[in-house]
Design a binder for this molecule. Structure first.
Ligand SMILES: NC(=O)C1=CN([C@@H]2O[C@H](COP(=O)(O)OP(=O)(O)OC[C@H]3O[C@@H](n4cnc5c(N)ncnc54)[C@H](OP(=O)(O)O)[C@@H]3O)[C@@H](O)[C@H]2O)C=CC1
Ligand SMILES: O=C(O)C1=N[C@H](C(=O)O)C[C@H](O)C1
Length: 250
């Protein structure tokens, strides 16, 4: 299977390259990034008009500014695409849904098994922990560009989908009149060092606290998930796919 890797010079791009180097039958045949880097095994394109390789699946771990270029390329050439980039707009997400009527699109803000199980757990907790205040804390490395993380937003959305009384999302909290309201979820982003990604949903009740936490201990968990996703959508019918579907959780 021939892969075009978007964001190939980045931290995740390099981790995917490492993971694929020990796998048979999946090869990165082209990269897409802002700079042509010294990749010995494949060419790195800065624009996609001149890609001459045969591509079976695109894997995208880049930046929202690359979104139109890579999705237009996928659509124009009818190539299945795995979109892992976070910080996308609502408009971007809608474009993926439209594209999925013609090509397979795999979309998730988190490729790990644990977070996708946690999406089900927070939906369940929403029904059981009536009256508890909910806060989401996410911790990531100091190179992360977007805040809050795509996963924190995905967890908050999963909670809202499980209730008839949606919460308002509050990003951080400061000021002299910043008291929390009843139906709000505070979302807090912590950045430092090399933290691969940690997400906690905290439920605070009267005299008791429950926390559900997922910790990624290395970026490999996301890379392996993306490679599994690429295999999964290769030669599948057009449609929207995600990790929950792949894992049989929906
Ligand atoms: N869904 C998931 O499970 C996961 C998602 N992610 C997401 O993946 C994305 C990438 O993460 P990470 O690898 O850590 O980030 P990096 O910043 O390390 O890598 C991103 C790469 O994309 C390149 N890039 C930026 N803008 C463009 C553009 N317009 N066209 C082409 N290439 C571009 C960057 O180049 P330059 O440095 O020159 O700007 C860089 O090489 C993030 O959005 C992150 O949140 C990360 C981990 C897991
Ligand atoms: O940028 C990262 O590193 C990560 N980004 C994703 C997100 O924004 O949720 C997933 C993971 O937590 C790592």
């Amino acid at each position: 299977m021939n892969i075009l890797l978007s964001g190939c010079n980045g931290a995740m791009g390099q981790t995917i390259e490492t993971v694929l180097s020990s796998l048979e039958g999946m090869d990165i045949v082209a990269g897409f990034d802002t700079k042509s880097a010294n990749h010995q095994r494949f060419p790195v394109y800065q624009t996609l008009e001149n890609v001459s390789e045969n591509i079976d699946v695109i894997i995208d771990f880049s930046h929202f500014s690359a979104f139109d270029a890579i999705t237009d390329f996928a659509f124009q050439h009818q190539i299945p695409i795995v979109v892992a980039t976070t910080g996308l707009s609502l408009e971007n997400e809608e474009k993926l849904i439209k594209m999925s009527s013609e090509i397979p699109v795999f979309r998730t803000a988190n490729m790990s098994i644990g977070i996708n199980v946690m999406l089900g757990l927070v939906a369940q907790a929403e029904k059981m922990l009536q009256g508890f205040d909910i806060e989401i804390l996410e911790r990531h490395h100091n190179k992360k560009q977007d805040a809050p993380s795509g996963t924190a937003l995905m967890l908050a959305d999963a909670i809202n989908q499980a209730t008839d009384l949606p919460y308002e999302f509050v990003y951080g909290r400061e000021g002299k009149s910043a008291k929390r309201k009843e139906r709000e979820i505070g979302i807090h982003a912590i950045r430092g060092g090399t933290i691969a990604g940690e997400h906690t949903v905290l439920y605070a009740g009267d005299d008791e606290i429950i926390e559900i936490t997922h910790s990624a201990t290395s970026k490999k968990v996301f890379a392996k998930g993306a490679v599994t996703a690429a295999r999964y959508i290769h030669e599948r019918s057009p449609g929207m796919y995600d990790m929950k579907k792949l894992l049989g959780l929906t």
